[in-house]
Structure formats: C-alpha cells, structure tokens
Design a binder for this molecule. Sequence first.
Ligand SMILES: Nc1ncnc2c1ncn2[C@@H]1O[C@H](COP(=O)(O)OP(=O)(O)OP(=O)(O)O)[C@@H](O)[C@H]1O
Ligand SMILES: [Mg+2]
Length: 333
Amino acid sequence: MNEIALSVRNLTIEFPSESGRIRAVDQVNLNLERGKIMGLIGESGCGKSTVAFALLNSVPSPGIIVEGTIEYTGYGNLLKMTPEEQRLFRWQHVSVVFQASQNTLNPLKRIEDQIRELAQAHRIRDVRVLLERARSLCESLRLDTRRVLNSYPHQLSGGMKQRVGIMLALLLQPEIVLFDEPTTALDSLSQESVLQIIREIHQKDGLTGIFITHDLGIVSEIADTVAVMYAGRIVEISPTARVFSGPLHPYSQALLDALPRLTGDPRAARGLPGSPPKVVGNVSACLFRDRCPRRMPVCDLAAPELKRVDESSMAACFLYSESEEANVHVKMH
Ligand SMILES: Nc1ncnc2c1ncn2[C@@H]1O[C@H](COP(=O)(O)OP(=O)(O)OP(=O)(O)O)[C@@H](O)[C@H]1O
Ligand SMILES: [Mg+2]
C-alpha cells in the first residue's frame, strides 16, 4: 500500500456573485500518493487553480472554502493551522509555481537577497548551503547563475523570472510542489529544461506533486495519475496510461478527441461544442449530460458521484454504476 502524502476531503469552494454563490469547487476528494505526480486537467474555468490555491489555504477573495479538510500526512489539517504555522508550512513542505510566478518576486530586491530573506523567514541558519542549492538549480534550469542572483527582477526576461519562480519553489526541498501551468509562458527550449528538472527531482528525490496544464502531451510525459475536472467536480481519476488509451468518463474521452497532437492528424481532432455550466446551489443531475454522447435517462435524475470502478480508477458516471441507476428508477416510479 502506498503512503498518502495529501488527502483532500469534501472540498467545496464558492465565489459570491450577483447571480448567487458560484460553486467553483464541489465536494472534491483526492489522495495524492507520496512520490507520485498527479496531472489535473479540464477545460478553462473548471476549478483547477482554485483547488491549487486551496491546498495552500490562499483562495483569492471573495472565494470561501465552505467545506472540507486538507490533510497533509504528518502535519494535520492545513485549514486548522494557525496563520504562523501556515506561513512556515508553505515553501518548506508545500510550494507552488504559477503561470505568472514571476509576479510573486519582490521587485525591490535582488534575487540573492530574496533567498536570504526566505532563509530568515524559515529560520534556516546556513544560508550558504541554500545559496549553493540555488546555484545548482539555476544551472539545471539553464539560467546564468551569477547574473540571475545579482539581478533585480526587472533586469530579467519573463522566461527567466518564471524559471526563478520555479527555482524558489524547489529551493527548500518541499515534499509537495503544486505546478499550475508553470511552462505555458516559456519558449519550447526553456519549457523542456523545466520539465526535465521536475522529472529529475521526481525520480531522484521522489518529489510529490500536482501538475495542472492544458497540454495533454506534458501530462502524458510527467504524470503518474490524472484527475479530470469538470464544472468544479472530479469526474475521473485514473493511471495516466489508461487516460490516454481508454479513459472511463465520456468527458475525458472528449478532451482527448479535441486534441490533434496525440492522434498525429489535426483533421481527426473533434472540438467539444458548448462549455461547462456555472454551478449555483446543489446539483441534481449530471453536469456533463448536455454535451455527452452517452447520455442516459438517469443522467437527468441525479448527479453521479466519484466512485471506484476497479482497482486503479475512479469515475463519476452512471455508465459505471448500474445498480445506482436502477435505484434512481425505483425512486422515480
Ligand atoms: N477571483 C474570482 N472571482 C470570482 N470568481 C472566480 C474567481 N476565481 C475563480 N472564480 C470562479 O471559479 C471558477 C474556476 O476558476 P479556476 O481559475 O479555478 O479555473 P481553472 O480550471 O484554473 O481555469 P483555467 O484553465 O482557465 O486556468 C471560475 O469559472 C469562476 O467561476
Ligand atoms: Mg487556472
């Protein structure tokens, strides 16, 4: 049995709006195994980044975590820690790389001074060791180490700043790193070196992580398992190979069908018409039904829950829970 590093239960996050409280994340449950990278995919607006923010308890205002626990093995429920405990926990045990992580750099301080500050904030005495690690990470990320450490953020290009953000996220050797579109803004060479270093640290030091991206090619290369999100819910969790060879959920299949790169023939790509619904209040039907080629009568009557289908996979679809379908019919008549 593999050890669970992070366990999320019933995570529900809402954003108040004029049309009501939009449920951006709805009853999300997931286990992240130690040493594994989980890919998190789904169309724009389905809640991926909001989950990532929640895992650091930094959901942007006006978002509210209305329910749920975020349990880091050995450290307890993040949401129950004091602000000071949470501050120390971030970067040291879990860190994050955003698409625009460059914006998290302090514009008034040279990178080396920011590293010294990080050391101080986390009560790390031996700054020299930390700087040494920073240099080695910079090299792996194909950065001109001396120049980068001596520069202010505005003296670096966007791609360089993004890689500095990645260096800082890996610097304190956190057990878990969350990547939210970390390479989207990079040219393909820098992108490759970033993926290379993540893979290296994953293989050598057993880095555990969640990797959010729209690039399914990257997911197939880097992730051990894949979680598919739709309209704030997880609809499938499967080993990566299965997601690409024969996914369980019709939505996972639709995401693959919409992708020209993997089939090799752009003409074979089929777009997925429509867009995910915005959810307000409780859900009483399958949210994908209007776009689903395999819609059944039961899909209008209840929301399918994420359930284990077999040893390796979970899916939230009535295709895999016939008995439940029968139950709903019984209730109807
Ligand atoms: N700051 C905000 N204010 C109001 N609503 C928000 C805010 N951030 C997110 N939301 C709501 O949460 C939903 C999920 O957003 P989120 O950014 O998590 O999606 P995503 O899957 O990361 O999308 P993308 O692939 O485009 O990055 C949005 O559709 C929106 O309704
Ligand atoms: Mg996002």
